[in-house]
Design a protein. Structure first.
Length: 165
């Protein structure tokens, strides 16, 4: 998986410009990801690529368009030193996993990256970078494909077992 590196304070308008807020299709949003910030991204990103960033990734507005655009581009992980809180939750809600890595800024742009979730690190260029553990329930939401699908599956389990709220 190849990395796309960004710096500190990448806001949601840099991820997907505000003029595309009438679009809700992840693939269409992906075609505008980082437009005006890193124009080659939308044309060159591949399924499985990883965003790597500095501090406060996803700051700005609380809209879900930004993580939807990244998800639509095939990104499954975003690794950053820190995330804006609402972006972190929105990413999980759409099935995109934000991973906190205190040394994310040391991971080179364009490098191949291997995520070792269970072991608690990522590997790039033979170097290990620690990542913070993801709470189990958040990992379950991401594994389900996002919050809507997670809730749907819970409802199916309740229906099958005859459980009531």
């Amino acid at each position: 998986m190849r990395t796309w590196k960004f710096g500190d304070n990448i806001d949601t308008d840099a991820i997907v410009p505000g003029r595309y807020l009438t679009i809700y299709d992840p693939a269409t949003l992906a075609s505008h990801a980082f437009e005006g910030t890193r124009d080659e991204y939308a044309k060159q990103v591949k399924e499985g690529d990883i965003i790597v960033a500095g501090r406060n990734f996803g700051c700005g507005s609380s809209r879900e368009h930004a993580p939807l655009a990244l998800s639509g581009a095939g990104v499954r992980f975003i690794i950053a030193r820190s995330f804006a809180r609402i972006f972190y939750r929105n990413a999980i809600s759409v099935g995109l996993l934000p991973l906190v890595c205190p040394d994310a800024d040391k991971i080179p742009d364009g490098s191949e990256l291997v995520v070792q979730m269970n072991e608690g690190y990522v590997v790039s260029g033979g170097k290990r970078y620690a990542i913070e553990p993801v709470p189990g329930f958040l990992q379950e939401i991401v594994n389900a494909g996002g919050l809507v699908e997670y809730a749907r599956r819970l409802e199916e389990v309740k229906t099958c077992t005859g459980s009531r709220s």
